[in-house]
Design a protein around this ligand. Structure first.
Ligand code: SF4
Length: 511
């Protein structure tokens, strides 16, 4: 629909003979998925929501030619009934701080000139011409940026270790193998602002001493792949990628590698094997990729969102970034807010924002006015969080302390109609499907857990099944090789902890 709307605008501008003064462009995602397609009019800063192709003529006649805003297409606050004209006047955006998503919804992702117009490639120029690799590492370290893919390892430390690892050949890898159910943060960044990731890969390459970067992206993201390919070609044509960048003697190439859809390839050692053309299976660490990664060479693997922050940090300074967030979790985090919430979408908030603020202020509360039951963060590796903990500030440590995790940013809200045993079964079904099968605990153990859950939800469960669920979950956590297996039982353990009554109802109240 968006493409159709853009082309209708442009053909109407042609007809009206005003195409030299005004034009319509496609941008990346504004984040407010619930209200798309969105048309934003510059420089008036007017934000139209749920625009249909049939609305185009009216917007042009009334607004563009007549100077009068089309009120019926503006956002109406469901509580106050106030009509809101601008993006930043809406509750959905008021508490957001867009750093990783700064250019999404602002620039045309297929035009390098637009990225450059918003300080694109300035950070790369600064790094290459004014800074040593160690100084770049120090800025990222001082900013407090931690890996946004889930583990939260300090990015500057990872870069520093790779820089210090001996070897003439090193690699930068962007992990774009986003696979959590309900997660689309990385996809949106790549579709909306691919140059930010390329620029960050090059800055990282300079910092660690690599001349080659890989972007490992799942083949199910065709638009992101196509925009990355366009961006790489444009950067090469502008002399920003390839040999002797900015005349500094620094060379850097980027290659795209397509993943075949295995969730486990998001784990960095499995991802590395997959790029090498081997079966995508994790291996034990150490050695860590920073010491021995791709083809045994020092390799730095960073997730898309982590990288998208890098040019902004380099341009604005470490302190600017570190001023967002909490003591140990600096900056912002993007979440894919989904499930039974009014404003489904992509949100970016400073670390330390509470779950209640995200769900009720940004998300507009629970759909249909029903009662909130739980929110799952961290995808299939995470856990559910109940009303009791809704005022927890979101950061790596606080989410772990209440039995969930940050993960890559999936946030699925459940209401009073959701059965929590079903939710646990849904996530386990996913991990059983995605287990690579290398170790017994994960391959067989999770299958047994799923069978028990199926038995329980079919009303055939026994009291002893609840004991088995707990014991087996702990064994799988302790004995699996990689994070997929180690965290797979989390949705069961957290629903058992907070919603044991629902399990009991399935087991004891059978009719
Ligand atoms: Fe494979 Fe699961 Fe073992 Fe990880 S824990 S290596 S996914 S079998």
């Amino acid at each position: 629909k968006s493409k159709e709307i853009v082309s209708l605008f442009n053909s109407e501008f042609n007809k009206q003979k005003i195409s030299d003064k005004v034009s319509a462009h496609i941008t990346g995602c504004f984040g407010f998925c619930e209200k798309g397609p969105i048309v934003k009019v510059f420089p008036d800063d007017v934000f139209y929501v749920e625009v249909k192709p049939s609305d185009v003529e009216e917007i042009i006649k009334e607004h563009i030619l007549g100077g009068k805003v089309v009120e019926r297409l503006l956002y109406k606050d469901p509580d106050t009934k106030e009509i809101i004209r601008t993006q930043h006047g809406m509750n959905f955006y008021k508490k957001q701080e867009r750093v990783a998503l700064r250019n999404c919804g602002l620039i045309n992702p297929e035009k390098i000139d637009e990225y450059i117009a918003y300080d694109g490639y300035v950070a790369l120029g600064k790094a290459l011409t004014e800074m040593t690799p160690q100084q770049v590492v120090d800025v990222i370290k001082d900013s407090g940026l931690r890996g946004r893919g889930g583990a939260g390892f300090p990015t500057g430390s990872k870069w520093g270790i790779t820089l210090r690892s001996p070897g003439a050949e090193k690699y930068m890898v962007c992990n774009a193998d986003e696979g959590d159910p309900g997660a689309f943060m990385d996809r949106s960044i790549l579709e909306g602002d691919p140059h930010s990731v390329l620029e960050a890969l090059m800055i990282g390459g300079y910092a660690i001493g690599a001349n080659k970067g890989y972007i490992y992206i799942r083949a199910e993201y065709p638009l992101a792949i196509s925009r990355l390919r366009i961006a790489i070609k444009q950067a090469e044509d502008y002399g920003l990628l390839g040999k002797d960048i900015f005349g500094t003697g620094f060379n850097f190439d980027i290659e795209i590698k397509l993943g075949a859809g295995a969730f486990v390839c998001g784990e960095e050692t499995a991802l590395i094997h997959s790029i090498e053309g081997k079966r995508g299976e994790p291996t034990t660490k150490p050695p860590f990729p920073a010491e021995s990664g791709l083809w045994g060479k020092p390799t730095c693997v960073n997730n898309v969102e982590t990288l998208a922050n890098v040019p902004a940090i380099m341009n604005n300074g470490a302190k600017w970034f570190a001023d967002f967030g909490t003591k140990l979790s600096k900056g912002t985090k993007v979440f894919a807010l989904a499930g039974k919430v009014n404003n489904v979408g992509l949100v970016e908030v400073p670390m330390g924002t509470t779950l209640r603020e995200i769900i009720y202020e940004i998300g507009g509360g629970i759909k249909g006015g029903y009662k909130f039951k739980a929110v799952q963060t961290g995808g299939p590796s995470g856990g559910c969080i109940t009303e009791h903990d809704l005022d927890t500030p979101i950061d790596y440590e606080s989410l772990s302390a209440i039995g969930s995790m940050m993960g890559s940013g999936g946030m699925i809200v459940m209401d009073e109609h959701n059965c929590m045993v079903d939710i646990a079964k849904f996530y386990l079904d996913f991990t059983v499907d995605e287990s690579c099968g290398k170790c017994t605990a994960c391959r067989i153990g999770n299958k047994r857990l799923l069978e028990i859950l199926e038995k329980i939800t079919q009303g055939k469960g026994e009291p002893s099944d609840l004991v088995k669920l707990r014991e087996l979950s702990e064994t799988i956590k302790d004995t699996s090789l990689c994070a997929l297996g180690q965290t797979a039982p989390n949705p069961i353990l957290s629903t058992l902890k907070y919603f044991e009554a629902e399990y009991n109802a399935h087991v004891y109240d059978k009719r």
